[in-house]
Design a binder for this molecule. Sequence first.
Ligand SMILES: [Zn+2]
Length: 388
Amino acid sequence: MFYPSFCPNPACVYHSPKILKNSTLLVPFVRIGTYYTQVVGHVPRYRCKACGKTFGIRTFQLDYYTKRSLPYHSLHQALYSGQNLSSIARLLHCSPASIQNRIDRLSRNTLLIHQHCLRTHRLTEDLAADGYERFDRNQYFPNNINLTVGKDSQFVYGISHATIRRKGSMRSEQKAKRKVLESQWKPPRGALSDSFSFLIQDLSTFWEPSFHPKLTLYTDEHPAYPPALRKVPFLKEALTLKQFSHTQISSKLPRTVCNPLFPSNYIDRELTKDIAAYHRESVCFVRNVNNGLSRLLCYLLYHNYQKPYRIHWGAIRFPSHAQVAGIPLERFKKKLEQVYVERFFLTHEPLTPLWEALWFRRYKTPLKKKEEYLPKYAFRGYTQGSIK
Ligand SMILES: [Zn+2]
């Protein structure tokens, strides 16, 4: 029978599962009957003896507050196999909005698993970083999705996003249209450089020079990268002490495994073939920046933690990219087993600014005037249950 392992009220002393384990109180929660829902029938309800709040089992589930249960595993599988939202919606007999809603929920669980692993991880490999150019809404708003990838493991460490100005040759009517659109919404100046600095700043969470004394970052020859790196405060000292070096490689070199940019090229290829919105010359593209990033996060759950690093002859399977990067399986196995069922709590796993931007949907969508919608349960300090 289900028994709560913590109190969902963030202000309660029993909110941390660790405190409950060491608690002297034998029964901190009492069952106080059930309530009926049309989705799953009767739901048991509990009261916390410490704070007096009441809550149901649904509070702890990924499907908290949903009006219909959808199979997360099938949905996720379809997403990383290149199906678009409408296609998954047809498969599961629901609306594309319901699919996006479940993807958002899953992406928040992914964020917390990833942050948990990074917070306790010590980097032992070099990194490659690159910006993948796609577009959001229409081709007048190209973006740069910056990713840091492990050189040996191809584990994706970080993601950031920047909308940039459309460049390249354009016909006169295209230039006129760009002018009209830019009068309504213009990408911020230096967005690419700021986004790259923001991404690299997160290295301080898992890179310690005592574990990996000489870290090399491989990028292509984009002129924005060296000034962006100089803007990162903790790198200034590392650059002076020669603990950190930046090597730029021509992106015209053959894209083989011997190329130091192989990790970036590899992930670029995987994203292009596996995510519907990144297929080239198709009708699938990202309409909302934060929704697109949620899908990317769900893809990273698969790439980093579920997919084997390599498969030989269809039979010999290597461990996941995370394990190759040096993250022990025990650190994420339990969470991975529960990722489609349990709801992970933000208050149990504080996020760094890089991941907070994704959780709180802080990236701006071109031409969007309305504020981004953030569900109530995703707010910081949101109090679950009701006081009775
Ligand atoms: Zn409580």
